[in-house]
Design a protein around this ligand. Structure first.
Ligand SMILES: [Zn+2]
Length: 199
């Protein structure tokens, strides 16, 4: 392999990112979708950490090297996904599918707030089992009252999700732009429904 370092690529062109797959050819992450900028992609190719799966019809060149820009790459070494997702704002919204748990309407992340089901003033904890996504209106209405006093309850009882559940939820939020070479890898691992007659 040519010994040129990736940083010798001096192009300042605006190149599209590549979809990054795990070694099992499933996306590393669905939401946000695992995409790497072209510089990182070229570097990983040089370091032989990834296999090129699909390419754009574009060439990146340096004075002594040319590479067809990858559009889909796969890690050579399998990365184990974290078993216990972190308790973050993002992951709570993702668990609740960006849906207010009181009115069951979908919102953007910026329109959602957190609600402590059992209010903090009444001893409610800040954890997976007591925090849900809520729209501003519902959160204001509920304020620091117990939900049963208002005759409301979270649409789904809050729980600690596992990494798989978050991945499954993230799959439902593909970005607006998907290059055609990515789509196979985003949808071919969707579980098929078995035809009962043929089992
Ligand atoms: Zn609401």
């Amino acid at each position: 392999m040519n010994s040129i370092a990736p940083n010798q690529f001096t192009s300042t062109g605006d190149f599209p990112p590549a979809l990054v797959l795990n070694a099992d050819y499933r996306p590393l992450s669905y939401f946000p979708l695992s995409l790497w900028g072209w510089q990182d992609v070229v570097k990983a190719v040089f370091l032989e950490r990834v296999d090129i799966v699909q390419k754009y019809e574009r060439i990146i060149s340096s004075p002594s090297f040319k590479i067809e820009l990858p559009s889909v790459i796969a890690l050579k070494e399998y990365v184990h996904q974290v078993r216990n997702p972190a308790f973050t704002r993002f992951n709570v919204f993702l668990r609740d599918k960006f849906t207010c748990q009181y009115c069951n309407k979908a919102f953007s992340a910026t329109e959602l707030t957190f609600d402590h089901v059992v209010p903090r003033s009444k001893g409610g904890k800040t954890n997976w089992e007591n925090v849900v996504a809520a729209c501003t209106k519902c959160n204001f209405y509920k304020a620091n009252k117990m939900p049963n006093k208002l005759g409301i309850k979270p649409f789904k009882p809050p729980h600690r999700p596992n990494a798989f559940q978050l991945q499954e939820n993230g799959r439902k939020f593909p970005p607006n732009h998907l290059h055609h070479t990515w789509t196979d890898y985003l949808y071919w691992d969707v579980e098929l429904e078995l035809d009962e007659k043929n089992q």
